[in-house]
Design a protein. Structure first.
Length: 133
């Protein structure tokens, strides 16, 4: 997939190297294929953790958690109920998660961001479901 990405964008990448003095992109990319959840990488600034999420028919599909010194962010695509995503998001500051509803009134009624943490309880509201975190 990475090779095809570079082929598809070859003209753009080449012109940016020539015209803008950018460094070649290919040597900077180091692909690591994931087949299961767990630690992805860690350095002095951030730790990245992956979790396998329930996104049929795509398998495997992953959600990611980025933990820095002062905050944590979880990113996932649309999923069916996924206990591993709930666990990954437990205690996170921000959850970025796409969702699709076949009932527009439900989607619109929950369009505003909702906190994952609060002083009283940590709850995430998804459509009409209430999932305790």
């Amino acid at each position: 997939m990475t090779t095809l990405f570079f082929e598809m964008n070859g003209s753009d990448i080449s012109s940016r190297i020539a015209d803008e003095g950018r460094v070649p992109l290919v040597p900077l990319v180091h692909v690591h294929e994931l087949s299961q959840g767990g630690g992805v990488m860690k350095d002095g600034n951030v730790a990245v953790t992956a979790a396998v999420v329930n996104h049929p028919p795509v398998t495997p599909a992953f959600g990611y958690r980025f933990d820095a010194r002062d905050r944590s962010i979880v990113v996932s695509g649309d999923t069916a109920r996924s206990d591993s995503l709930i666990e990954l998001a437990r205690g996170a500051d921000v959850l970025v998660h796409s969702a699709v509803s076949c009932q527009p009134s439900i989607a619109l009624s929950h369009a505003s961001p909702m906190p994952l943490r609060s002083s009283k309880a940590s709850s995430l509201i998804v459509g009409k479901d209430l999932i305790e975190i």
